[in-house]
Design a protein around this ligand. Structure first.
Ligand SMILES: Cc1cc2nc3c(=O)[nH]c(=O)nc-3n(C[C@H](O)[C@H](O)[C@H](O)COP(=O)(O)OP(=O)(O)OC[C@H]3O[C@@H](n4cnc5c(N)ncnc54)[C@H](O)[C@@H]3O)c2cc1C
Length: 290
């Protein structure tokens, strides 16, 4: 586990205050009384909040683009890695843990959704959840429009869209990434980019290639889809959840579904998560193993 010299912490904080007037209000140091609750607020898998994990030196919950730009510039200067977090559902904990000194930029306050039902488009910020998104679309369009996202309402748009994003409308409309027509992001140099200024290659990459490799995506412009006249929902989620779990180390059997991994620790993580965590878990899991 690498350490970060305390003087670098001071430099980081000094750099932030020079870059942004408002950032002191949204930064949580390890001495702050709210630090732990902010850290665990969106970690969905308790494995990643275990005391054995290295914790972020600072958590920043920005309200303004300039605060994100400051965080990027100063962490680069101070040799700190950034973990970007939107909804905290990452299966490997990539938004909350790291082996090297790091900070978290948590986009919980970037959750605006603005819908133009007539044009069938919307702008959605990364911290909004897919549940909030479809709720707002249904509200603004009298249930006529929707967006093809996953079935777990708590997953946030930031990680979901940048990973592709599929759900119940997959066979009719493809994945969420197929319907993204613009995006606003900050790159590693702190530049604010839209589709035109980032270019088509980068725009293609952030729609399925994983967001944090390329920058911090702030918001997405999406094209909404018509709600199909015939809808088929599978009803067996609860039943599956109530079925038994069996594992012999390398294989995990949940009801009739069998998952094999050569790494028993991975099976253990899945088991812990599926038993103790979110009721939507199986939906995500089956997708991952398809
Ligand atoms: C219970 C559960 C159910 C799921 N169901 C589905 C499903 O039905 N369909 C499906 O396709 N997937 C599903 N998933 C997978 C889910 O879409 C991904 O884990 C997704 O990456 C989670 O996004 P998040 O923002 O909530 O998570 P986070 O943990 O915040 O982020 C996930 C990853 O994306 C990065 N990231 C997040 N926000 C940004 C940003 N703004 N800019 C750059 N990088 C960013 C993070 O650094 C991290 O690497 C499910 C996952 C879980 C745990």
């Amino acid at each position: 586990m690498k350490r970060h010299a305390p003087e670098n912490h001071e430099n980081f904080l000094k750099c932030l205050s020079l870059q942004s007037d408002t950032i002191s209000k949204v930064i949580y140091t390890q001495n702050n009384s709210s630090y732990s609750s902010v850290l665990t607020s969106s970690i969905q898998n308790l494995v990643f909040s275990a005391p054995t994990n290295q914790k972020p030196l600072f958590i920043i919950t920005p309200f303004h683009v300039s605060e994100i730009q400051a965080a990027i510039k100063c962490s680069k200067k101070s040799g700190l890695q950034i973990r970007v977090r939107s909804g905290g559902h990452d299966l490997e904990g990539l938004s909350s843990i790291s082996d090297v000194p790091f900070i978290i930029v948590d986009l919980i306050n970037f959750s605006e959704i603005s819908i133009d039902a007539e044009a069938k488009t919307a702008w959605v910020q990364s911290g909004a959840t897919v549940g909030q998104l479809n709720y707002r679309i249904a509200e603004k369009s009298q249930n006529l429009l929707a967006f093809p996202v996953g079935t777990c309402p708590g997953v946030a748009v930031g990680g979901h869209f940048s990973g592709g994003g599929y759900g119940a409308l997959l066979r009719k409309y493809g994945v969420a990434a197929d319907h993204i027509v613009d995006a606003h992001m900050i790159d590693a140099r702190g530049r604010f980019l839209n589709r035109e200024s980032m270019g088509e290659d980068l725009f293609w990459a952030i729609r399925g290639g994983g967001g944090p490799s390329f920058g911090i995506i702030i918001s997405w412009k999406i094209e909404l889809v018509d709600v199909p006249s015939t809808k088929l929902l599978h009803k067996n989620l609860r039943t599956k959840m109530q079925q038994s779990y069996f594992t012999n180390g390398n294989t995990l059997q949940i009801g009739s579904m069998k998952i094999y991994s050569s790494h028993p620790s991975y099976i253990e993580r899945i088991l812990l998560w599926s038993v103790y965590s979110h009721p939507c878990f199986l939906v995500g899991l089956t997708g991952y193993f398809h």
